[in-house]
Design a protein around this ligand. Structure first.
Ligand code: H2U
Ligand code: ZN
Length: 334
């Protein structure tokens, strides 16, 4: 099917039930962006003032160990606490509230202050994948939802350039995963199949939105992408969550992520900001997937979700196919 629709149109996100307005008229101009990858870091390998570097004292007064791979600690300023009691805050139908317990962790991807997931050695990215999987396994025994994520870059509010992410785990199913849960369940109930498996089959047949086609994982710009260079990471064999992956799948995930992040950095010749995270659940109707939401439209141009987006619905003006094409055509970093 030809999806190169040039008139303004709306696309449907079957995972959440939300629509996005696509106005591609302005994007028919030729692509003149920089394509060479020059992303030099001027940061030191070790920063004595960084609260995440090995051996340093954190803001809460605790000393980090001299870690030499990955490192996890409970967030000193956690938004969720495991000891919060179950209390009914309100029973008014229009003023609903209930207490929420959980935990928040910070995960350092590397002891090296100057690296990012995009330019770390392959073994370090693989170690990060391993850490994500083991954290999901541990925390999903106690919590309903485990959200692994990374805010990269000041533009996304990252408080420190040291390569790190976060995990928040809580007793409730949050709003967005809740939408993905109900839409995947309805699809499986209706068809007996998996929504994201069927979707990936369509994408692999079409090919126009594929960015990286690995052994076990595919990165694509979703048909319903909202952010200009938004991507989704999908397993070729459907699995529920990161801890369900085999070693071979973990190896390939690290390789595929490096390819994606190399392309992101090469796109505008700068360290590419984003928020990324994993959505997965140990349930038969679920397919694990990663979302990357980068805010940039150009090297120094940010997409603002304001006005129409805040009041009506999301809008984009570069087509998903065009974004995928640009990400495919930039050189991978070696
Ligand atoms: P972000 O860069 O995505 O904000 O993550 C860093 C987290 O690290 C942030 O949530 C925590 C902040 O609360 N933190 C500590 O736990 N200890 C510190 O000493 C400083 C920052
Ligand atoms: Zn550091």
């Amino acid at each position: 099917m030809n999806h190169t629709i040039e008139v303004p149109h709306r696309r449907f996100n079957p995972l959440t039930g939300q629509w996005v307005l696509v106005s591609t008229g302005r994007t028919q101009r030729p692509w003149t962006g920089q394509t060479d990858a020059v992303v030099a870091s001027d940061r030191p390998e070790y920063d004595p003032d960084c609260y995440l570097c090995p051996g340093n004292t954190r803001a809460g007064g605790v000393d980090n160990p001299q870690y030499d791979s990955t490192f996890v600690f409970t967030n000193d300023f956690a938004s969720l606490n495991p000891l919060t009691p179950d209390v009914a805050v309100s029973d008014h139908p229009l003023l609903q509230a209930h207490s929420e317990h959980g935990t928040c962790r910070v995960i350092c991807f590397s002891p090296r202050h100057d690296l990012t997931l995009a330019n770390m050695p392959a073994a370090a990215v693989r170690a990060t994948v391993e850490l994500w999987a083991s954290q999901v396994e541990e925390l999903s025994a106690s919590y309903e939802w485990v959200q692994v994520f990374e805010n990269r870059g000041e533009l996304m509010g990252a408080s420190n350039p040291h390569p790190h992410g976060q995990i928040w785990a809580g007793s409730a199913l949050p709003t967005l995963p809740g939408l993905e849960d109900s839409h995947q369940l309805a699809y499986t109930t209706d068809t007996g199949r998996l929504l994201l498996s069927d979707y990936l089959d369509e994408e692999l047949t079409d090919g126009s939105r594929i960015v990286v086609d690995g052994e076990a994982w595919v990165v694509l710009v979703p048909y319903w992408a909202v952010w200009p260079y938004e991507t989704m990471v999908l397993p070729k064999e459907s699995i529920g969550h990161l801890d369900d992956t085999t070693n071979a799948q973990r190896d390939d995930l690290a390789a595929v992520l490096q390819k994606l992040l190399g392309r992101y950095d090469a796109l505008f010749s700068r360290s590419f900001p984003y928020s990324m995270g994993w959505h997965g659940r140990h349930a038969d109707h679920w397919t694990l997937h990663g979302h990357f939401f980068p805010p940039l439209m150009g090297p120094d141009r940010q997409k603002f979700m304001v006005g129409y987006e805040m009041l009506a619905e999301a809008q984009r003006d570069i087509s998903a196919e065009d974004a995928a094409d640009r990400l495919r055509s930039v050189g991978e970093r070696t």
